[in-house]
Design a protein around this ligand. Structure first.
Ligand code: PD2
Ligand code: ZN
Length: 292
């Protein structure tokens, strides 16, 4: 699991640092600016996040401000579809996509008909010859490793690799209001019976030694779009176990979630439940905070 394996020690978050953070807040400094100032002063992302969370959240809470509001303020911009006015259909440029559901925290948006059946089949056909047993990112080293938590086969397209990939990427960019350049290449995964992806976070653990390397290009991941290319007969839902949410892997549909901080407070722990019957295929697009 990609939960934080290390936490900032009490010694790093000194009383002096706490007093400074509170003084900034009392001087009317926005949490995002405090965060930026701490990062500029050389504090690690891990210490910054934790110090802000503990100190400022406690301070603001004592003044009746919700911690969630703090997290929202102290966070990065994220991709987000324009769902204002509760439209049933969204304009994704070359296609209209159904807005099937939204959740506030974790931020989740479920789309219907994001891909046509023909697009699903064509993407599977392009990916199939290149599928290999999936690896997961090893945040200790910044490399990749075989992992029992992820028993699927996968491959990556490069961005814009084929006209089909390019069209889908343009659709994602338009729907989520996030530039194509801030996206990784699409990954395709095939899960057979029994295959699953155990619950994890998609952002890189700020406390892990390999994260600096993984975020050198593009910065942190801030959002994920899982597109279902083929549906199993049973099982294979995308689950958010802490939130008690389960999204059915219906072909052509997609689930989007975002995480403005690389932190469990985003409640974005999620997994791919075991496939019980049939085969599940997905395409995942991870979105970065900067150009990738
Ligand atoms: O297959 C899924 O539903 C799933 C679950 C969790 C995919 C991912 N994570 C992912 O691609 O990150
Ligand atoms: Zn994931």
């Amino acid at each position: 699991m990609n939960a934080r394996t290390q936490t900032a020690t009490a010694a790093q978050i000194t009383p002096e640092l706490r007093r400074w953070i509170i003084a900034q807040a009392e001087a009317g400094c926005e949490p995002a600016a405090v965060l930026q100032a701490m990062r500029a002063a050389g504090w690690s992302e891990n210490v910054t996040t934790q110090a802000l969370e503990e100190t400022l959240a406690e301070h603001l809470r004592s003044q009746g401000v919700a911690a969630d509001a703090l997290i929202a303020q102290a966070s990065r911009p994220v991709p987000e579809p324009d769902v204002e006015g509760e439209p049933v259909w969204l304009d994704a440029g070359d296609r209209r996509v159904a807005l099937l559901g939204t959740v506030a925290l974790p931020r989740i948006v479920i789309f219907g008909g994001f891909l046509s059946d023909e697009e699903c089949e064509a993407l599977k056909a392009q990916a199939a010859p290149r599928l290999k047993r999936s690896l997961t990112v090893d945040t200790r080293t910044g490399g990749e490793e075989l992992n029992d938590d992820r028993t699927s086969a996968g491959m990556f397209f490069t961005r814009g690799e084929s006209p089909l990939v390019e069209r889908i990427e343009a659709r994602i960019a338009r729907l989520l209001n996030w530039p194509v350049e801030r996206g990784e290449g699409i990954q395709v995964l095939r899960y057979g019976v029994g295959a699953e992806y155990k619950p994890h976070y998609d952002y890189f653990d700020p406390a892990a030694p390999g994260t600096a390397k993984l975020t050198e290009r593009g910065g942190q991941r801030v959002g994920t779009l899982v597109m279902y290319l083929d549906e199993p007969l049973r099982g294979g839902a995308t689950t958010f176990p802490e939130a008690g949410i389960s999204v059915a892997p219906r072909r052509g549909n997609a689930v989007f979630f975002s995480y403005p901080m690389p932190h469990p407070a985003t409640r974005t722990l999620h997994g791919g439940a075991p496939v019980l019957e049939g085969e599940k295929w997905i395409a995942t697009k991870w979105l970065r905070e900067g150009p990738y």
